[in-house]
Design a protein around this ligand. Structure first.
Ligand SMILES: *Cc1c(COP(=O)(O)O)cnc(C)c1O
Length: 357
């Protein structure tokens, strides 16, 4: 007999697992296109030699390095196995079955799935016509059952972002017993007008900020992210952690990457320059692409999305399709972006709606 599992798990949507075809140009997972910096690769090799030992329980060395870099006490930091694991920990720590988790849609696909795994109920609020968070509608959607809301800034998959004033206006409207989780996975690619969640932490006890080494730092394969939040939140995040989930390799490589902030920033600047070049070329070609503050662009192609993604795949370029809503394209190396733009230029663009900024 098959042992019966939780019946509600059958209703979980399946993750769309990104393809990794050998030899293809991979513009489908928002990874950094450059391999780890030499010093980081060395740190990984060195950490591998100590693999017979467990890692530090709380990633103490990495936490100390992060605290110094961000300018917060160590008690304000928790490290996780990618920031996605911290999303799951926050939901587990704050939501009981039946509680509501609020997020925008489209936004990061993991939020509603992680909420359901915890037995919580995801509630979504549509993005506005310009593919941005509708923060007024989101604040209005908070109910007495809402325990936690995710704000993805810049938003995955649309790349749009909100500023500090909009964030404060939202925080003023949301009850103080709702945890507001600012997911800033793409923070390092964003311009100065985009809200910096860490800067609001001093005035707010109900905010947690998530960042990751997977994107700007180019360490998606080693799985390490962090949460900056008041100590009361960090304590709960630690309480629900799986022991030793952040590997020695992850802790060491992230610590070393932090010491190379200038090189990391230079790489991000290269990606941002390329993003603007690809953005202008796509707009010039008539694609209704919103401005992006991240390392990817959103092509709201509606019913053409599948045809476009297939067309790119035929040219050896993998992009990420989201149903009949749109296609997300990661900014790659210049020659990868050129190959993508060639494909986009050849694609017979049907009627795909007005350009919105
Ligand atoms: C990539 C991403 C993350 C981070 O993922 P990890 O690899 O688990 O750190 C978190 N949130 C969003 C919105 C992302 O796009």
């Amino acid at each position: 007999m098959t042992v019966p599992s939780r019946a509600d798990l059958a209703t979980l949507p399946d993750y769309i697992i990104p393809r990794q075809a050998p030899g293809a140009i991979l513009l489908n997972s928002n990874e950094l296109p450059m391999a780890p910096l030499p010093a980081v690769a060395e740190a990984l090799a060195a950490a591998a030699r100590d693999s017979h030992r467990y890692p530090q329980w709380f990633s103490e060395d990495l936490v100390a390095a992060l605290a110094a870099r961000i300018g917060v006490p160590e008690s304000w930091l928790a490290v996780g196995c990618g920031s996605v694991s911290l999303c799951a920990q926050l939901i587990q720590a704050y939501c009981r079955p039946g509680d509501e988790v609020l997020c925008a849609w489209r936004s990061f696909e993991a939020y509603p799935v992680l909420a359901r795994i915890a037995g919580a109920t995801p509630r979504t609020v549509p993005l506005d016509a310009a593919h941005r968070h509708d923060l007024v509608a989101m604040a209005a959607a908070v109910t007495p059952a809402t325990r936690l809301t995710f704000l993805c800034n810049p938003n995955n998959p649309t790349g749009t972002a909100f500023g500090r004033q909009e964030l404060h206006a939202f925080l003023d409207r949301v009850p103080p017993d709702v945890l507001v989780v600012l997911d800033e996975a793409y923070h390092e690619f964003a311009g100065p007008d985009v809200a910096d969640g860490v800067s609001v932490l001093a005035d707010r006890e109900n905010v947690a900020v998530l960042r990751t080494f997977s994107k700007a730092y180019g360490l998606a394969g080693v799985r390490v992210g962090y949460c900056v939040a008041p100590p009361a939140v960090i304590r709960e995040v630690h309480r629900v952690a799986v022991p030793f989930v952040v590997s020695r390799l992850a802790q060491r490589s992230a610590s070393v990457a932090l010491r190379h902030a200038d090189e990391v920033a230079a790489r991000c600047a290269t990606v941002v320059r390329e993003r603007e070049r690809v953005f202008r070329a796509l707009r010039g070609r008539g694609f209704p692409v919103p401005r992006s503050q991240a390392n990817f662009l959103w092509l709201p192609l509606g019913a053409e999305s599948g045809r476009f993604a297939e067309y790119c795949a035929e040219q050896g370029i993998l992009v990420r399709r989201f149903g009949d809503e749109g296609v997300r394209v990661t900014v790659g190396l210049p020659d990868e972006n050129d190959a993508f733009l060639r494909a986009a230029e050849q694609f017979p663009l049907g009627a795909v709606g007005p350009v919105r900024t």
